[in-house]
Structures are given as C-alpha cells and as structure tokens.
Design a protein around this ligand. Structure first.
Ligand SMILES: Nc1nc2c(ncn2[C@@H]2O[C@H](COP(=O)(O)OP(=O)(O)OP(=O)(O)O)[C@@H](O)[C@H]2O)c(=O)[nH]1
Ligand SMILES: [Zn+2]
Length: 305
C-alpha cells in the first residue's frame, strides 16, 4: 500500500492512505543522496507500507523518490541535516508592509531559497485592512516587482476575511509551506483557512531548545477543500541553504534569463564589461531592490532581518 506521511514523531510515522490514517514504523534504512540526515523520513514523503499481522499498525518498507525537500542544518552537529518536509508544491511567504514591516531583502532571500529548493513560491501581503491610500500605492509597486518576475502576489486580511477565498483556491490540492516573520499574521491566516484548528495548541519542540539535539516534528494539516498546510515554528523562515556564489544569479529569474547574453560566461554581474544584467538594470528592466539583494547575498550579508 502507498500513503503520505502526515506526521512524524521520530520513531513513529502517521501515514495517510485513502480514508485511513495508520501509525507506522520503519523497516530498514532510507538514505537521502548527497546529505547525511538525522531523520530518514519527513512529512510529505510518499511511502510504501504493509500492515503488521493482526495489528492496527504498519511497517514502512520503501520511500518513493522526492520531487523536492527542505532541510535544516543542525547547529551542533556539523554536516548533519534534518529533513523538515518533502514534496512541497508551494512555498508561501506571508509579509506585511507595516507592523511589522517585512524588508524586501528578507523577501528576496526567501525567494532565492525556494528557487534553490525547486519549490514554486508566492507572496501573501496581509493586514490589507490597515492600509492607507499611500500604503496601497506602495503595495502596488511591490507587487509589480514580484509579479513581473513570475511570483504571484495576493493581498488579504486575515482579520476581516478579505480575499481568504482566493487563498483557499490557491491552496486547493497542494502541499503548501507557510513562512513569515513573527507577527505578520501567519497563525491568524492559517486559522482563517482551517476554522477547526487552533494552531497555538500544538506543541512543537525546537531543534535548538536548551542546546539539546531535540527534534522538530512538523505536521501537515488537512485543508477542508483538499490539500495540506505545513507550519512549524521552527521553519517559519524557510531554512537558508548554502548557495555557491557562482550559482546565485540562477536563482533570480530575471537574471537567469539574461545571463547567457553576458560577454563572459563566468560573469558575476558586478562590474564586468558586456554584462547583460547590468545593462538591464541600466534600462530599468530589473528592479534595483532585487539587484541590491543579489549583491547583499553575494557578499554574504545577512538580509534576514
Ligand atoms: N489589522 C490586522 N491585524 C492582523 C491581521 N492578521 C493578524 N493580525 C494581528 O497581528 C498580530 C500577529 O498575528 P499572528 O497571527 O499571531 O502572527 P504570526 O505571524 O502567527 O506570529 P507568530 O505567532 O509570532 O509567529 C495579532 O495581534 C493579530 O491579531 C490582519 O489581517 N489585520
Ligand atoms: Zn553579467
């Protein structure tokens, strides 16, 4: 039988198959190519399992290939990574222009990370009810920057329900990861999407708690219209992964499509003659804020704040 891992406690996995949810353990070893992981399976994994004779529980015998996965590096154990979730269809960043303000640098870093993981990303601007006319103009400018390079943007209010139905449609039948700064209204938004669930009641232990090697147990929540949401406090800022400087431009879609027109094939797009990216900035075809983020990440500055 095949099923979807919807919850992991380290040694037991909740597997959903059809209408059934079965507690399973693992038989054998599952390795992930290229990294050493502290956990063999994560939420979102599709697995084969067998029922144990005369038991209500099952045994997982095989992991099917992941289309993508996100990891978190251990702070204490170098080179070891924890797989947080697999097979994501969408990474959704909840942002606000005020109280608190999400910086463009933070948004860009999130988008770069999603690109590097191979996950589609989109932006949800929350707290629409708070916007003044001036705020709405800034919002339109921001959304134009991101819509133009292929990231869908939505504006909503978790408080008064504006456009919640649009988000519901967006998430239908997808596995979606929710991220965002503390205070942007992620929990409020998720609660608006999942009326029966109070997220705050979910206990999640954090990796770095008390400096101990504890585990974050990500969990998927069923959406009433089909699909799943993944939210754990530990992954609210979608783990930063190592990206080679030479590779960075590939994760900016507006740069990626120009790079093969640069004179030098190892162009860094910083001060090289004949650089197609610099020409596009000059022509106003690439947003300056995006290029600033490129330079900032390239130079190793932390734009997470
Ligand atoms: N005006 C307004 N306030 C909102 C909206 N959404 C959330 N808030 C408020 O913003 C604050 C933070 O909301 P939360 O849902 O707790 O934010 P969060 O992103 O889950 O934050 P953490 O739990 O710290 O990660 C609360 O006081 C909410 O009532 C909105 O659409 N409009
Ligand atoms: Zn260039």
């Amino acid at each position: 039988m095949q099923g979807l891992v919807t919850k992991s406690t380290g040694s037991w996995y909740q597997v959903k198959s059809g209408d059934q949810t079965i507690d399973c353990r693992i038989k054998g070893k599952f390795r992930t190519k290229g990294i050493t992981t502290t956990n063999p399976l994560a939420v979102g994994d599709i697995v084969d399992f067998e029922m144990e004779p005369e038991q209500e529980s099952g045994v997982i015998t095989n992991l099917t290939q992941r289309k993508n996965y996100i990891i978190r590096k251990s702070i204490n154990l170098s080179k070891q990574a924890q797989i947080i979730a697999a097979n994501l269809d969408l990474a959704l960043l909840v942002v606000t222009l005020a109280s608190p303000r999400t910086s463009l640098g933070f948004i860009d870093r999130f988008l770069v990370t999603a690109e590097a993981y191979g996950i589609r990303a989109c932006l949800i601007f929350n707290k629409l009810d708070l916007f003044s006319d001036e705020g709405l103009e800034i919002l339109a400018d921001y959304q134009a920057i991101y819509e133009n390079i292929g990231y869908p943007c939505y504006s909503v209010s978790a408080k008064d329900g504006t456009n919640i139905d649009v988000v519901q449609n967006l998430l239908k039948d997808k596995v979606t990861l929710f991220s965002g700064h503390s205070g942007v209204g992620k929990s409020s938004l998720i609660n608006a999407l999942l009326p029966d669930l109070d997220l705050r009641t979910h206990m999640v232990s954090d990796w770095s708690d008390k400096g101990m090697h504890t585990t974050t147990f990500a969990e998927m929540f069923d959406l009433p219209q089909g699909g799943y949401i993944i939210d754990t406090p530990g992954i609210r800022e979608l783990g930063v992964i190592d990206i080679e400087k030479q590779e960075l431009g590939h994760f900016f879609p507006e740069m990626r499509e120009l790079m093969n027109q640069c004179r030098f094939n190892n162009c860094r797009h910083i001060n090289e003659p004949g650089c197609a990216v610099l020409a596009a900035i000059e022509a106003g075809d690439i947003a300056l804020s995006r290029y600033d983020s490129y330079l900032s990440i390239y130079n190793g500055n932390d734009t997470r704040a």
